[in-house]
Design a protein around this ligand. Structure first.
Ligand code: TXA
Ligand code: MG
Length: 321
């Protein structure tokens, strides 16, 4: 594995690796992605192997130019064009009917494919230079914390990736919002970096699908996105649970007085949800790295990006409850 600064020369090398069927971890505005040639089934298979990801969990294809859409999916509603115009490049993923060029391994056998144009200069240059859609899940092991720095990727996937392009911290910090279309309805499959309120200005109210163990978007598994240490909501835990344990408190905008905390982190002292989302995974990684044994997280309002933040926290808590 080579950890390289994401300059133009290294991006060209990384694009060549992708064309040859290798794996490149790269920054996007949401989280780091583990990228492979999205039209090469063998390259895509490596993603599943390295992430230890179940094969029923389909991948997102990343594009750098709207023209690439015509090779990979059907756009069956005008709303998609309007959403693309408004939000791309950006943290919004569409699930659309796939075209035959997309290998089954990418879609896990579904007739639909997920697509997104990331809002990050390194990601866009890499996809453009690779000259094909780049399949990329978040660059973490299955059901573990998503990476928002190159070091997070190296920690989990290290040697198994050919190149990690270091582009610093991810600006948004939580994965993209995913929507799908059925008849005249638009469904929210995963809350994420784009506020649902913004999307609903164009689509009208989004419908919801219930989470299940056989999910349409495995972001919909009832647990997912979890740190490797137990995490509980502050208001749902009794002191016995964290007695004599190295305990980390994760607060929204101010510290709460709780005795027995080893470390405390505030997601955004000014109460800014964008800042809080950008720091969420970073702080959970830091707790892991610092040997914290249990995390107590404060709940936040589920408005705007609060919805994506609480989705990730609830799933992490569920894993340990
Ligand atoms: O922000 C993001 O979306 C990041 C960056 C790297 O772009 N990627 C990401 O990928 O979060 P991943 O694989 O960790 O999550 C993709 C989600 C999964 O929950 C998957 O089930 C869902 O997208 N998905 C992919 N294809 C789908 C399809 N055809 N139908 C329904 N859900 C799909
Ligand atoms: Mg993921």
């Amino acid at each position: 594995m080579e950890l390289l600064t994401a300059d133009s020369k290294n991006i060209s090398r990384a694009a060549e690796i992708i064309r040859q069927g290798g794996l490149v971890a790269f920054p996007t505005e949401t989280v780091y992605g583990l990228g492979a040639d999205g039209l090469n089934p063998i390259a895509a298979a490596k993603i599943f192997e390295v992430k230890k990801r179940p094969s029923f969990n389909p991948l997102i294809l990343h594009i750098s130019d709207e023209k690439q859409l015509f090779d990979i999916c059907e756009i069956n509603t005008d709303i998609v064009h309007k959403l693309i115009e408004t939000f791309w490049p950006g943290p919004l993923t569409f699930v659309l009917p796939k075209k035959p060029a997309v290998p089954d391994i990418i879609t896990a056998g579904n007739h639909t494919v997920a697509v997104r144009m990331p809002d990050h200069p390194v990601a866009l240059e890499l996809i453009k230079k690779a000259g094909r859609p780049v399949a990329a899940p978040s660059a973490n092991l299955f059901s573990k914390l998503s990476p928002t720095t190159a070091a997070h990727v190296a920690k989990q996937l290290g040697k198994q990736v050919d190149i990690i392009l270091d582009g610093g911290n991810c600006r948004v910090g939580v994965e993209s919002t995913i929507i799908s279309f059925e008849d005249d309805d638009v469904y929210l499959l995963r809350p994420g970096g784009l506020n649902t309120e913004e999307i609903e200005k164009i689509t009208g109210p989004l419908k919801h699908k219930r989470s299940s163990l056989k999910p349409e978007a495995p972001g919909m598994l009832p647990f997912h996105y979890a740190p490797s240490i137990p995490i509980y909501f502050l208001d749902e835990v009794t002191p016995e649970v964290f007695k004599n344990k190295k305990t980390g408190g994760l607060f929204f905008n101010e510290m709460k007085k709780i005795s027995g905390l080893t470390d405390s982190k505030i997601l955004s002292p000014s109460g800014n949800l964008m800042e809080a989302a950008a720091k969420l995974f970073r702080y959970l990684h830091e707790f892991e790295d610092d040997g914290i044994e249990i995390i107590l997280a404060e709940k936040i309002d589920e408005a705007g990006l609060g919805k994506a933040i609480m989705d990730r926290l609830k799933k992490a808590v569920k894993k340990y409850s």
